[in-house]
Design a binder for this molecule. Sequence first.
Ligand code: PLP
Length: 431
Amino acid sequence: MKEASNSNELFKRAQHSIPGGVNSPVRAFRAVGGNPRFMVSAKGPYLYDEDGNQYLDLINSWGPMILGHAAEVVNEAVQKAIPNSLSFGAPTRKEVEIAELIVSMVPSIEKVRMVNSGTEATMSAIRVARGYTGRDKIIKFEGCYHGHGDSFLISAGSGAITLGVPDSPGVTKGTANDTLTAPYNNLEAVNILVEANKGQVAAIILEPVAGNMGLVTPQQGFLQGLRDLCDKEGIVLIFDEVMTGFRLAPGGAQEIYGVTPDMSTLGKIIGGGMPVGAYGGKRALMDYVSPAGPVYQAGTLSGNPIAMSAGMAMLNFLKDHPETYQQLERTTASMVAGMQQNMQQLGLSYTINRIGSMFSIFFTKEQVVDFETAKTSDTALFGRYFNSMLNRGIYLAPSQYEALFVSTAVTEELVEQYIQANLESLKEAQA
Ligand code: PLP
C-alpha cells in the first residue's frame, strides 16, 4: 500500500471549501479514524485512489454497483443516451418503460413516480400517506435510516412510547412530535404506540431488512405483524427498500418475506449508479400524487433520460439474469463462512448477520436484533479492524453501523484474499 499523500493533501484542501471535507458525512472516516481515500476510478471489484492504490470494494457506492464498477451493460446504455441531450424536462418513452419494468418486478408497486434520491422517495411517500389518510403521525424504528428528511432524523427518547426528539439541530420540535419511534423487531412496542395514538398514525415506515444499524434481519412474524396491524388500523405500511430493492431479489425484501406493503421506496440500484430514487404502491395511494391527485411532488430532473437509461439497463439485466442472486448468495456465504472459521481459529465469537449479498460483522457477542443490541458493539475495535483491512487493500464501510454490499465482480480468488485479510486484521485489531 502506497502512502496516501495525495488523498491527505486533497482532504486538507477540501476542508476549506466543503463542510468537513466531504459531500456526505460517513465518507469522512470520523467513526474509524484516519483520512478518507480520494478515488479516481473503479472497474469491476476494484477502486483506485489518487495515490495509485487498489482496493477490493465491499461498499459498492453504498449499494448501487451490484454488478461491480463500470459494468458494460450500464455504461453502454449511458453512452448511447448522451448524444440525445442530458435532459429534456418533458416526458420520454424511457420513463414509461422503466415504470412498467418496476411495476413488473416489485410486488407492491402498481404505479411509480421517479425522483432523484432515496431521501426524496421517503419524504414523498410519507407525504402521500399523510395526504391520503388525513393523519399527521408516522412510526419509524430506532436505527432505521430513511434519508435526511426532517421527519426521519428522530431517535427514540427513553422507552418506546416517548415522543421523538430531534437528532439534528434544525429539525423542529413540531416535526419531531409527529414521529414516533419503536425498537426494531418489537411488535409489542408498535402496538402500544398505535393504541396510544389511535386514529392519528398515517404510516409505519421501516427497512424490511435493516442495513443502517449494521445488518439486522426481521424476526419471524415481525413484518406480517406490522401488515396485520396496518390493515386493522387503516395505516399505510411503507417498506423502505432503497437498500434492499433489487439487491436481495428482483422484487426486494418484500418478495423474499412474502409480505406486501402499501407503498415502497427505492433508490441505489434503481439508478445503476446515477442519482435516482422512486416511490410507488397501490393505485389508490399513487393516484393521490399530483397531477393525478392533490399531494404535490415534482422535480426538474426527475426521470432524467441518462439516469433512466442507466437504471433500465441495470434492472433489465437483473430481471433477465435471476442467477445473479444465486451467485451473490454463494459468494457472500463463503466470505462469511471463512470469517467464521477465522474467528474459531482465533477463539473469537463476534456476531455476523447476513442475508443474500448484505452482511455485517458486529464486534459484540450478543445476538444483534435491534439498535440497542447493535450498540453493544466495540466500535473502537471496529475502527482498528477497518484500518487493518484498508491497509490490506479491502475497502469496508467506515462505520460499525453500516452493511456491506457484495458485487458479482467478486471472484473465488478474491473471496480467498478477503478471508486471509480478515484473519490478519482480526488478529491485528485485538492487539
Ligand atoms: N433509505 C434507506 C434505507 C437508505 O439506506 C438510504 C441511504 O443510504 C436512504 C433512504 C436515503 O437515500 P439517499 O442517500 O439516496 O438520499
